[in-house]
Design a protein around this ligand. Structure first.
Ligand code: SAM
Length: 226
């Protein structure tokens, strides 16, 4: 993985709670794995509340300073792209591309301070889907925000299935959001993935969520093992 090929961008705890319908009780009692958490502040904020959270992401092979310099290098371009593609988004939660970028930078500052301090502890692990170095059932809940389905042009249907099987091996329940692509179209992999897991001893549900930003991104996918 090359540092100049990644676009680090992270969301906060309130956003994770809204994207995944995560209740305060679930946060308190579940062993949670965040897959592809990147520079999100979910882990540091949830841990501060006593939650048991481990984040995995290939970007954790880099130092806090390397990630910070990459964030600084890409944030202007992201703001420009958001402005150019304004119509793909609902500007209710965020008033403008500038307001969004400001909040993201504050979120990532929280992550960076924690990561610089704690990067050698277990909470941030450099691991990648579809191969996780955890025992079966190590977690109650695996979350995957803004990785699967969003990058459907680059991640094949088989890679989606492999990633979800692996998350279901280490956690009894998997939640994924969003289910749309970067163009805010429903991912072409969604129905094949649903059909695949419906044929297995799994419970598959589409759940409405309160998070709003990308158009059409109104639901999360929840898959649990029976
Ligand atoms: C758009 S970011 C989302 C970050 C965070 N989940 C959030 O919503 O704020 C996508 C993340 O997926 C990570 N990623 C890329 N390939 C991955 C893989 N094979 N397994 C797990 N994460 C991966 C990237 O490094 C990046 O941090």
């Amino acid at each position: 993985l090359r540092l100049d090929s990644i676009v680090p961008w992270g969301r906060n705890l309130a956003e994770y709670q809204a994207m995944f319908n995560l209740s305060a009780d679930e946060l308190k009692t579940s062993r949670i794995l965040g897959c592809g958490d990147g520079p999100a502040s979910f882990n540091v904020e949830a841990s501060a509340l006593g939650a048991d959270v481990i984040s995995v992401d290939p970007v954790y092979q880099f130092s806090a300073e390397q990630i910070r310099s990459r964030i600084e290098a890409v944030s202007d371009t992201i703001e420009k792209q958001l402005s150019e593609n304004r119509d793909h988004y609902l500007w209710t939660h965020f008033a403008s591309p500038q307001a969004l970028v400001e909040q993201r930078l504050a979120t990532m500052d929280l992550f960076l301070a924690d990561y610089a301090d704690k990067q050698h502890t277990d909470r941030y692990q450099c691991q990648c889907l579809p191969d996780l170095d955890f025992d079966n059932d190590r977690f109650d809940l695996a979350l995957c925000s803004h990785y699967l389905f969003l990058y459907s042009e680059h991640i094949t249907e088989k890679a989606h299935l492999d990633a979800i099987h692996e998350m279901l091996r280490v956690a009894g329940e998997v939640r994924i959001y969003p289910l749309v692509t970067l163009r805010s179209d429903i991912s072409p992999h969604l129905q094949p993935v649903i059909r695949h897991f419906e044929q297995l001893p799994c419970h598959v549900q589409l759940k409405p969520v309160s998070y709003t930003f990308q158009k059409n991104a109104t639901q999360m996918l929840l898959i649990s093992r029976n």
